[in-house]
Design a protein around this ligand. Structure first.
Ligand SMILES: *[C@@H]1O[C@H](CO)[C@@H](O)[C@H](O)[C@H]1NC(C)=O
Ligand SMILES: [Mn+2]
Length: 418
């Protein structure tokens, strides 16, 4: 192989001296000074993760175990509730938080601008942390409920970093990664206590979750029993406890089979004061009609808890969930609806029922879950921005296909009227 260089064409040989001094050579290194490398230099060099690098936190946010660090104030916390021993069908949502965190990896501060909303929720006024998980017992649901309520109350009682700036921001906000849907009950218990009033619930789900505990086979149980606390009955319990604003709440995306041979489940639901929007309604009124129905009902002032069961999306797109029901909304429709309701006064939110064991290899369900959290976070941040009087610029440069289509339709109508 010694003949190697002599067999190279002359033109390549001429290039060799350059390549010896090229990017293959590292620059000369000095030892870092004894006083240490300056922090800003370290941060400039090493702070930014790639989507695929780093320890898994939601969107690469700084992880602080908020429950044990009262000296670390925050404004919005993403917190896991890995609890799934209140499910009626497939277990596995205890692995939801880690799957959603992993699937959020391509959400970063440096590429986090939400083009639909016109803001980057990771580069704005709030301190957003990944608060880690609530350690919840898998052996005793009564204790688990107590632990979750205590954890929410502890965190909601903290003074947020941006206290009263925006003016309404007096308590930190939490977005919970479930977990099965029962985790909404402790969240509502804590929110009702913190805000001193019943909370309106906006509930995206294939199912009602206002079911009477007796609607499950329960001949062996004496009522009340901890078996009343399930992922299908937590809103019934919450209504009984007066935690839910009766007459202001909404279900969206319903398509569940009902019990018995009549509309009894709907009558029971009516008594709890929910408006029901069914999955099929979108065919009649479109995404904008669903948005209008929700906003007309809930307004922009009332405190709202937004609870998203990932099974609202069709199982063809989001199969990794506990109780799948065919015929659901698409991920794009759900995102469109979430963007349209950004004016709500959200005081808390959850994304529940992601069970990664039933997800596809491409983690579609967890990706959808991570996107939903991103949209909810965007809305919380954007409302704060507006309350602070800061302008959100929605105008986008370049070609506007939707606007062009609307102008064309308008011109056609004008022609038809001639
Ligand atoms: C909700 O309000 C309706 C109408 O006032 C009432 O009949 C119903 O009992 C209330 N439900 C609950 C759970 O308080
Ligand atoms: Mn549910």
């Amino acid at each position: 192989m010694l003949s190697f260089s002599t067999s190279l064409p002359l033109s390549l040989l001429l290039l060799l001296p350059f390549s010896w001094a090229s990017f293959y050579d590292n620059p000369e290194f000095d030892l870092p000074p004894e006083s240490g490398t300056p922090l800003d230099e370290l941060k400039a060099k090493w702070d930014t993760d790639w989507g695929f690098s780093g320890i898994s936190t939601f969107a690469h946010l700084r992880h602080v175990k908020c429950l044990t660090t009262p000296y670390e104030p925050f404004d919005i916390g993403i917190i896991g509730a890995p609890f799934d021993t209140a499910v009626s069908y497939r277990p596995g949502a205890r692995f939801g938080p880690r799957a959603i965190r992993a699937a959020s990896a391509r959400q970063t501060t440096f590429r986090g601008f939400n083009h639909r909303a016109g803001i980057n929720p990771y580069a704005s006024w709030p301190a957003v942390l990944d608060c880690g998980d609530i350690p919840i017992t898998p052996f005793d649901n009564a204790l688990a409920l107590h632990q979750m309520t205590s954890a929410y109350l502890e965190l909601l009682s903290r003074r947020p970093l941006s206290y009263t700036n925006p003016p309404s921001h007096k308590h930190p906000k939490l977005i919970t990664l479930g977990g099965d849907h029962s985790i909404a009950l402790p969240a509502l218990r804590a929110l009702e206590k913190t805000y001193g009033q019943p909370i309106a619930v906006l509930h995206f789900d294939a199912h009602l979750d206002t079911w009477h505990p007796g609607s499950y086979p329960s001949a062996w149980a004496n009522t009340p029993t901890q078996a009343d606390f399930t992922h299908g009955t937590m809103f019934w319990v919450a209504s009984e406890e007066g935690l839910i604003a009766n007459g202001s709440s909404v279900h969206a995306g319903l398509r569940t089979r009902l019990g018995g041979a009549d509309w009894g489940d709907y009558e029971n639901d009516e008594n709890q004061g929910f408006l029901r929007i069914e999955a099929d309604d979108i065919d009649a009124v479109g995404v904008s009609g669903i948005i209008d129905a929700i906003m007309d009902r809930m307004g922009t002032e009332r405190p709202v808890y937004l609870s998203v069961d990932i099974d609202v999306i069709d199982p063809g797109l989001a199969p990794g969930t506990g109780t799948p029901e065919p015929g659901g909304w698409t991920t794009r429709e759900l995102i469109g609806i979430l963007r349209g309701i950004e004016g709500l006064n959200l005081v808390g939110a959850d994304l529940v029922e992601v069970a990664p064991a039933y997800d596809g290899n491409g983690e579609g369900t967890a990706l959808a879950g991570a996107q939903v959290v991103y949209e909810i976070l965007t809305s919380m941040v954007k409302r704060g921005l507006k309350e602070r009087g800061e302008e959100v610029v929605l105008q986008k440069p370049g070609k506007h296909i939707a606007a062009a289509a609307a102008a064309k339709a308008k011109a056609k109508t004008a022609r038809d009227e001639l």
